[in-house]
Structure formats: C-alpha cells, structure tokens
Design a protein around this ligand. Sequence first.
Ligand code: 13P
Length: 284
Amino acid sequence: MKILSTKEMLKRAQKEGYAVPAFNIHNLETLQVVVDTANELKSPVILAGTPSTLVYAGGDYIVSMAEVASKKYDIPIAIHLDHYEDVEDIKHYIDLGFKSTMIDGSHLSYEDNINIVKDVVDYAHRFDATVEAELGRLGGQEDDLVVDEKDAMYTNPAQAKEFVDKTGIDSLAIAIGTAHGLYKGEARLDFDRLKEIREAVDVPLVLHGASDVPDYLVKKAISLGICKVNIATDLKIPFSDALKKYFSENPKSNDPRKYMAPAKESMKKVVAHKIEVCGSKNRY
Ligand code: 13P
C-alpha cells in the first residue's frame, strides 16, 4: 500500500463506530513501535508529527520511513501534520508526501480561523490530502504549543456546523474537556456537547489530548461519534521511564540497540492497549 490520506480510514471508522488512533512519533524507534504493533493487531494507524518533531527528525526522513512501513505492511497508514499553524510549512510538507494535515487556527478569531483553514483546504485537496481543523481550544501542553487553562474554550455546536460548511474540512477537532498532557484530577468530558456537535456536523470528529483520560471515557466518546483519537504523552512516559530504569540498572551501557529495546517494549504495550480501546483492531 502507499501512504494514504485519512479520508477513507476515518469515514469507515465513523460508519462502523470505532476510532483510528493517531500516535505522535518522534524518531525511527517510536515510528517502528507504532507501525509494527498496528500491523500485528491489523489496525489502521495515523502517524502524527508536530512542527518541532518534523524539525527534529526531518520531514523527509519521516516520509521515507512511513513509505517503507506502508510497503512492508498491508494496513492503512497515514502520516499527519499535527498542530501546524503555518500555511507555507503545511504546503511544503504536502509537497514532500504528507497526505493529511491539521491546520490549528484555534488561537485566532473565528473569522481568521475560517480564512486560514480555507487556504489550506484549497491547497491540500488539490493533492488529495485531508485537512483537520480545531474549533474551540484545548488547554495543556503539546510540545511547543502551550495553552493556559483560562484560555481553553469549548466548541460551540452551532458554530461547528457553520465552520465545517464554510471551510470544507475533512475532520473537526473539538474541545469537550480534554487537555494536552496530564490532568490534575480526572478528566471531565462534556458528552452532551459531543452529542450536539455530532448531530450538527457530518464530518469525522477528533479527540485531542486523549492521554491520561480513563479508558471508559475514551470509549464513551467513541460511542458518541469520535473517529480519531490523538495520543502523545501516554507513549512518551513509558518510553522514557524504561530508558531511565535501564540506565540506572546498567550505568555503563552505551549501546542503543540494547537500551532502546526495553523502551520500545514498554511503549508497545501502550500502543496495543490504545488500539484495543479505540476498537480499531482487525479493521484493516
Ligand atoms: P496528549 O499528549 O494529551 O496525548 O495529546 C496528544 C494530542 O492531542 C496530539 O495532537
């Protein structure tokens, strides 16, 4: 298979009532863990990279690694630009081979958000790439993107319909109480709002900030119409914790092939678990 957009995979998820997991990856090892595990469980999968990840790893390396994975495995694989705010950056990465992008104009006024999203939709659709946009605003931290709790804002269902109609986006990221990173208490999700948004718009809905949210809440959100679940922090923690443990037990170690192994193994368990929670196993 070749690298896909998220169009068909999210449409099918929406129709059949599950979600496709979008895992944030950072390098060869994290990408390998995600695609290998998704392949074992026969799950469609989205590899997401934030702006700082693509600067760090190189967009061309990410595209090439994803191409290798999509030739090797017959599961649907998409690579997705996560939380991009710069239109020129997005165009550059679409030219490089990304078939899915988020344009995050959630910090802008409603009108400016619509305008920037339309710009990206016009460009992306010429290359069969799909576009996700965010209405409302999530709190918390996702790499370089930091949003104070007081600036977080829930999605308005009526506005969501107008936003989708005016922009022509393929999927909508909504703010219903999740936040990027870890929570202070248990996450509280506004399911009534989710239901209203689901009734108002017909595009697939995206849940950002799914780390540290109890499984039963994520499953309920999926049952009410979420079709893409974004996970970053819950993967970073086990990976780095396993590395720290390995080095504390093997202070003289200097072989990446040895110290990366337990980190990959720890992350793999979480990836497999999230695929189960999303209900995307065997949906390839
Ligand atoms: P978490 O780090 O909370 O999992 O959020 C991930 C995310 O929403 C990426 O866009």
